[in-house]
Design a protein around this ligand. Structure first.
Ligand code: GLU
Length: 290
């Protein structure tokens, strides 16, 4: 049994928490308890939609109402931009970053030209349009202040780290092929980090040994493994759990306001009833009927 196991619940509070978040929180808590370790709370609020303090406040209220407790200090990603900037500098020093001046429309058009379908979970993979721009054009556009983001060159990443393995407790050993997921965005002007960069830097900073997360993030984990490789960070054990679904088998998401914890609370459900419904859903193949 690993000593000092650390898990984390890492919600993005861009709206009220819903029952899917509760499942993620309970999974993180369960694994920490089973391993005799700590379960931390990290607020993933770098996304502009997650910066509204009302959602963070409501999240704390919901968690307190359910009696869910976390260990140690709460981490807020909006307080960690220096750590993300240091990681970006490291990647820049390795020659792995390049500016990309494409907007969404450009990317869609280039993907359509290449005849590639969007990736099932990651959407339109970047086709590399700006990767080979002549250096003088790059300088000119940067100096002119043209809107751009910073992407990581996954071909070079693969040259450096090859195709490393990672392990999922439910699905076994996986091989990460960095070039399969496109040159993802790591920073933008208005957002000096992306989800992918922040999550990797923070899991390492918090000493997370076991990442419990929904299976919708399975592909993203390959990207995280690649970033860990080039940043020289440890790779945790992963545990991708199934997602809750409605009666029609559709994944529950934030837009399903009726399943928000706040609405269940307001409808008179007790924390016990919500927990029992979640347990019943898990025994019923993840179908939530509350
Ligand atoms: N913040 C993400 C979410 O709320 C989960 C982060 C993760 O597990 O890496 O979906």
């Amino acid at each position: 049994m690993p000593r000092n196991a650390v898990t984390r619940f890492a919600p993005t509070p861009s709206g009220p928490l819903h029952v899917g978040h509760l499942l993620a929180a309970l999974e993180a808590r369960r694994v920490a308890d089973e391993l005799g370790g700590a379960c931390l709370l990290r607020i993933e609020d770098i996304d502009l939609r997650a910066r509204d303090p009302q959602w963070v406040e409501l999240m704390h209220e919901d968690l307190a109402w359910l009696g869910l407790h976390f260990d140690g200090e709460v981490m807020y990603q909006t307080r960690r931009f220096d750590a993300y900037a240091a990681a970006l500098e490291k990647l820049r020093g390795l020659g792995l970053l390049y500016p990309c001046f494409c907007n969404r429309g450009d990317i869609r058009a280039h993907v359509a030209e290449s005849g590639r379908a969007p990736h099932a979970t990651l959407g339109y993979l970047y086709p590399g349009t700006c990767k080979h721009l002549p250096p003088d054009e790059v300088q000119r556009r940067l100096q002119a202040g043209d809107a751009h983001c910073w992407r990581i060159d996954m071909e070079r990443v693969q040259d450096i780290i090859g195709c490393p393995e990672w392990h999922d407790a439910y699905r076994g050993t996986q091989r990460c092929v960095p070039t399969e997921y496109g040159d993802v965005v790591l920073a933008r002007k208005e957002l000096p980090s992306s989800y992918h960069l922040a999550v990797v830097v923070d899991d390492a900073a918090q000493g997370v040994t076991h990442v419990t997360r929904g299976e919708d993030l399975f592909d993203a984990t390959h990207i995280h493994r690649a970033l860990q490789g080039v940043l020289g960070l440890p790779t945790p054990e992963y545990m991708h759990h199934a997602l809750l679904r409605d009666n029609e088998g559709k994944r529950l998401a934030k837009r399903d306001g009726a399943r928000s914890l706040q609405s269940l609370r307001q409808a008179g459900y007790s924390p016990r009833q919500v927990m029992d419904s979640l347990r019943a859903a898990l025994q019923n193949g993840g179908i939530w009927v509350c």
